[in-house]
Design a protein around this ligand. Structure first.
Ligand code: TXA
Ligand code: MG
Length: 352
């Protein structure tokens, strides 16, 4: 299949381009499109066969449910969910459109392929004019996981989507790089206490401010740490091709350990990649001729690090190093989501 790529203005999307993409979706086809977080791979969420094709294109296991994207709260949510609590409605008012996905009780029209057989459905309203225009034009909510091959690094540009899915989907809407760079926060509103299943674009601090009490229970990273609550949050997600070693600890210890690991790799004649902050690169001696360096950004600006993360991971990986060394980030604001992605992408986590 030939994948058509159409350039679109991200916040003033050309109606004829949006309509061409909506036509593909109404016909049961797959269209990748930008959201404020990452690119999604969309299909008509109410068409079981179309959603089934998402799983095939991504090589995604059937037990991993997809998020349903709506263009607004209110009646659009009622098409896909039932028994929506006042608390959930309040969150929609406060955080939508935006990077917050709410797990609600599944409505009868949502095919079970969307929810991996479960009786809950994850719903979100993206804060992206093109995404919302597309959903509106399609006239149906869109099931849309991140537009990458299963377990691979998430896409933050149209080129990333093509690198993973060219020839497997009908269309990509190229609306430029995404703004936030890590996925939405997944919050289970069917639990007794609202529970974060995946940290993301809306911080735990912001949710706690609104709800008072929030449980933070992302799925276990390592097998044996307990059952996965959000079925898609298995071990080794977001992974680059090369094995990644993640170093966690205070800045001094991390830099010393990275320098040692680099020196060791050089002695072994190993080609190596490095994911480091701008501060690390000022403080450390790194031989850029021998190391493929990916600059995450400043640790004082975690929004910047989130925006760069997946792109930099893909860029370093494209140089085909045998090993990637990476640093952890502080656990505040978006840092929680960044750290979650880094840990899942890592083969080895070194706690210093
Ligand atoms: O920012 C995002 O959320 C992006 C953009 C495209 O909207 N989408 C995204 O989708 O990240 P995906 O499929 O890569 O991740 C969806 C996550 C998975 O961890 C999945 O397990 C969880 O949401 N999820 C979906 N439905 C669920 C449900 N009913 N109950 C619990 N977790 C659910
Ligand atoms: Mg994903």
């Amino acid at each position: 299949m030939e994948t058509r790529v159409l350039k679109v203005h991200p916040w003033r999307p050309e109606p004829e381009v949006v309509e061409a993409a909506a036509r593909v979706l109404r016909g049961g086809g797959l269209v990748a499109f930008p959201t404020e977080t990452v690119y999604g791979l969309g299909a008509d969420a109410l068409d079981a066969e179309a959603v089934q094709r998402i799983f095939e294109a991504k090589a995604r296991p059937a037990d991993d449910p997809v998020i349903v994207h709506v263009c607004e709260a209110g009646a659009e949510v009622d098409r896909v969910a039932v028994d929506v609590s006042d608390e959930a409605r309040r969150l929609m008012q406060r955080f939508w459109p935006g990077p917050l996905t709410l797990v609600l009780k599944r409505g009868p029209r949502v095919p079970t392929v969307v929810t991996a057989g479960g009786d809950t459905v994850a719903v979100r309203c993206p804060d992206h004019p093109l995404a919302r225009a597309l959903i509106r034009a399609a006239g149906t909510p869109l099931g849309a996981p991140s537009a990458n091959r299963f377990a691979h690094t998430s896409p933050t540009s149209a080129q990333h989507v093509l690198d993973d899915l060219e020839g497997r989907i009908e269309m990509v809407l190229d609306g430029g790089p995404t703004r936030i760079g890590v996925e939405s926060t997944v919050l289970d509103m069917t639990a007794e206490v609202p529970t974060v299943l995946r940290p993301g674009g809306v911080s735990l601090e912001a949710l706690t401010g609104e709800l008072g009490t929030v449980r933070f229970r992302p799925a276990a990273r390592a097998p044996g740490e307990g059952a996965a609550h959000s079925p898609g949050l298995q071990d080794r997600h977001y992974a680059p091709g090369a094995p990644m070693h993640l170093y966690c600890g205070d800045d001094g210890a991390v830099r010393r350990a990275l320098e040692e690991a680099l020196a060791h790799a050089h002695r072994q004649g190993q080609r190596v990649g490095l994911l480091a902050s701008t501060e690390d690169l000022q403080a450390m001696a790194v031989d850029r001729d021998r190391v493929e360096v990916g600059v995450l950004g400043s640790l004082a600006n975690l929004e910047e690090v989130a925006r760069n993360l997946f792109r930099v991971m893909r860029e370093v990986d494209a140089a085909h190093p045998e090993l990637i060394l990476a640093r952890d980030v502080p656990e505040r604001g978006l840092g929680r989501a960044i750290r979650d992605r880094l840990r899942r992408a890592a083969k080895v986590v070194v706690e210093l």
